[in-house]
Design a protein around this ligand. Structure first.
Ligand SMILES: [Zn+2]
Length: 752
């Protein structure tokens, strides 16, 4: 007996050790891809970054995308550094959808001013789109393939992180002078087969480097017509030469306006070199590489596992008349909306006729936690004031909003760990200017007689306050629970939003909290507002919620994890349909027609059509959960036993003119649609032979009323892959749940 216990203890110890070390092992892989456009007579390449009509005449050095893929054994993150002026969110979205195996992808454009236009505003003339769509489509495919290739090269590694500072390598052309003069390096070392890191005696090359520096790649200036990656080409080349390893170059905070300075770079003869000279670009790039050398020498080991990540959609008002004109003229091509006034929500799609409405665009913020390092993804050109808080103090009364509160800075929001900052991450929305320093109207700050350069490249004065507040929320989500080893989902039709027998609500809140769910799907939230659902969700520990609507019979969702991609579909669905992403799942909260079999068939069809439009990776992660108001053909025997239910519905249809029965019979096709599409009725599948019928309606609460016999109206359907991960799925029928609502709840547990 004793030895048995001991052996069991040993088995557990080994299990925990092995699962722990598996989760904690860092792996890294690198790849690169040439994305230089082809120069042809009939296919002009327009250089982006300065004025329009700058046609590329030759290739000086290749335009590249370089990728590092990192894994902690559970999650896989990818970082891409691309020699582009700024890849936009629609392209980042499309690439992300091609890479379901990557949990979090950040594509950071270097903001190269000597590469092809991938945004649209640098065409032949100021009103012609400068993007070669075919080229853009090609590089999306290439970048996705590059990430896949890097993933195939994943190998165990150790990491160290180092910084070095040299402000003199930066010029700032806008007051106040504020810099982020810190270069940041992540260095990866191969692990020996026995798991021990090679001592850094200088005799072994790193497995790879990720370098972040904060300067506009515009050493070649506005007159150059040769395609080049500008100074980062020289930085990468110098580091590769010295360390013989892959290098990913990322651009940090470059707003306001960080560029190579004058008077800093001299050739061997001591002559000062200037912008627009390839020797200048090379020597500046090599000076950055020399700073990286210092950072590498100073690097200290840092555990980069486990991984966590957080991403947030943000809607930014676009008040810049140039941008707006570029949208309406079709030079900028991305979805635009009528500004809802709330950065978390978008309004209707923006139409050309919405002359007097404010336009908004979606962008995103990213925050990743890699063990002891935070990585921040900013979707544009962050003013360095917003990194360390070197704001103009006191505010200049001549600026447009001298009273605007100071935004929280990156250093405020990420105080606990070292960090890297990736600018132009998955988007380029232009300058992110501290609101207090916005200065577009007379009089001008610093006693100037004209405005400083900047505002014309920013969406609106609200960009910085909105983005920094959203960054704080994104960072907070890193401290929250992230999907763990298992996920618990709960679904409940709560009966008329507690408008009937409201006293039961306190017991219900307590019961839900006791279930410790990760995700809660609710039906019949009658009378609820978004605020009320948020408050309820907080009572069971969920910081996130989404309500379908505020009238009729709303459904809603709450989650321990951020809820994104919320779709509120009202057309064609009697009570509407809520679809969102949370905890790695795409959750549909269902509440089908209560008394019309044909409406339910239509709703099921529309729902399955909606699923078919999702990317394949999301289709594998769909959850249909809620009140289907329908009957499963698997339960025909129970439902038709003695004809009682048919008699009850005949009475209802006669009395109410409803459509419960199809020619006097139960119709099973609203549920059959899901079974036929290959989805698993997981409660049915988990049911033990001989266990009581798992009816979900009615409960004891409405014992006095005539409701017809016990039946199952609430279901969870999962695709086969997800269904295989079900640990338990049951209708919770006990004394407590019998009194909480007229439906019994469903609780489902999944391996993650
Ligand atoms: Zn710029």
């Amino acid at each position: 007996m004793k030895s048995h216990v001991l052996r069991l203890a040993l088995v557990f110890a080994i299990f925990f050790l092995s699962s722990h070390s598996r989760a904690a092992e860092l792996q890294v892989g690198f790849a690169k891809v040439d994305i230089t456009p082809i120069l042809a007579e009939d296919r002009p390449v327009w250089l982006a970054g300065y004025g329009q009509g700058r046609r590329a005449t030759a290739v000086h050095d290749s335009i590249m995308a370089r990728c590092a893929v990192l894994s902690d054994g559970t999650k896989t993150f990818a970082f891409v550094g691309a020699d582009l002026v700024g890849l936009q969110l629609p392209e980042a979205d499309a690439i992300r959808k091609e890479l379901p195996e990557i949990d979090h992808l950040i594509i950071g454009s270097s903001h190269n001013h000597e590469g092809p236009d991938v945004i649209g505003i640098w065409g032949r003339t100021p009103t012609q789109r400068g993007v070669d769509e075919k080229y853009l489509a090609e590089i999306m495919v290439k970048i996705a393939a590059c990430v896949r290739e890097a993933r195939t090269k994943l190998a165990p590694a150790a990491a160290s992180f180092g910084t070095a500072e040299d402000e003199s390598l930066l010029g700032d052309s806008r007051l106040p002078k504020a810099y982020d003069g810190i270069l940041r390096v992540l260095k990866f070392s191969d692990l020996d087969p026995d798991g021990v890191t090679e001592a850094d005696g200088g005799n072994k090359n790193p497995a790879g480097l990720i370098v972040q520096w904060n300067c506009h790649p515009e050493a070649m200036g506005s007159r150059n017509t040769e395609l080049t990656a500008d100074f980062p080409a020289a930085t990468v080349a110098a580091l590769k030469k010295k360390y013989a390893c892959p290098v990913v170059y990322l651009t940090g905070a470059v707003g306001g306006l960080m560029a190579p300075p004058d008077g800093r770079i001299h050739n061997a003869a001591g002559k000062e070199l200037k912008e627009g000279d390839f020797e200048y670009a090379r020597l500046y790039g090599e000076a950055v590489a020399a700073l990286a050398d210092q950072a590498i020498a100073a690097a200290k080991p840092l555990a980069l596992t486990p991984f966590k990540s957080s991403r947030r959609d943000v809607y930014l008002p676009v008040r810049n008349p140039y941008y707006r004109a570029a949208f309406t003229a079709g030079m900028l091509q991305r979805n635009s909306y009528v500004d809802s006034g709330d950065p978390a929500r978008h309004g209707k799609p923006f139409k050309i006729t919405d002359t007097f409405k404010t336009m908004s665009i979606r962008t995103e913020l990213n925050a990743l936690r890699l063990g002891g390092l935070d990585v921040i993804g900013i979707p544009g050109e962050l003013y360095p004031e917003l990194v360390y808080g070197k704001f103009q103090e006191p505010p200049d009364p001549a600026a447009d909003f001298p009273q605007a509160p100071l935004e929280k800075t990156v250093a405020d929001i990420f105080p606990d760990r070292p960090w890297m900052l990736i600018g132009l991450a998955n988007d380029e929305i232009g300058y992110i200017i501290p609101k207090r320093q916005w200065d577009n109207k007379k009089p001008y700050a610093y006693g100037r007689d004209k405005s400083q350069y900047g505002e014309m490249n920013s969406c609106s004065p609200e960009v910085a306050p909105i983005l920094m507040a959203a960054l704080e929320e994104t960072a907070k989500a890193l401290d929250e629970d992230q999907p763990g080893a298992t996920l618990r989902l709960l679904s409940h039709n709560v009966w008329y939003g507690f408008g009937k027998q409201p006293k039961r609500k306190a017991a219900w809140l307590k019961w839900v909290a006791a279930q410790q769910p990760d995700i809660v799907a609710l039906q019949e939230l009658n009378g609820y507002t978004a605020e009320q659902l948020d408050k309820d969700a907080a009572a069971w520990g969920h910081p996130h919620s989404a309500l379908l609507k505020e009238d009729g019979f709303p459904t809603g969702l709450s989650s321990r994890f951020p809820i994104t991609d919320v779709a509120r579909i009202l057309d064609g669905f009697h009570h509407g349909l809520l679809r969102c992403q949370t905890g790695g799942l795409t959750v549909y909260v269902i509440h089908f027609h209560p008394s019309d079999w044909s409406a339910r068939i239509r709703e099921a069809r529309l729902l399955l059509e909606d699923v078919a439009k999702l990317p394949p990776a999301e289709q594998k992660k769909v959850v249909f959960i809620g009140d289907f108001n329908g009957f499963s053909p698997d339960e025909r025997a129970h439902l038709e036993e003695g004809g009682e239910l048919a008699r009850f519905f005949t009475m209802l249809d006669k009395r109410n003119g409803s459509n419960n029965l199809n020619e006097g019979k139960l119709d099973y096709r609203g549920i059959q649609a899901f079974l036929g599409a290959g989805y698993d009725d997981v409660v049915h599948r988990q049911r033990q032979a001989g266990s009581p019928y798992p009816g979900t309606f009615p409960t004891e609460l409405r014992r006095e009323e005539e409701m017809g016999r016990d039946r199952r109206l609430d279901y969870v359907f999962l695709p086969a892959g997800l269904a295989a991960k079900v640990i338990s799925a049951e209708v919770v029928r006990d004394e407590v749940t019998a009194q909480l609502s007229d439906h019994y709840p469903i609780v489902l547990e999944l391996r993650n």
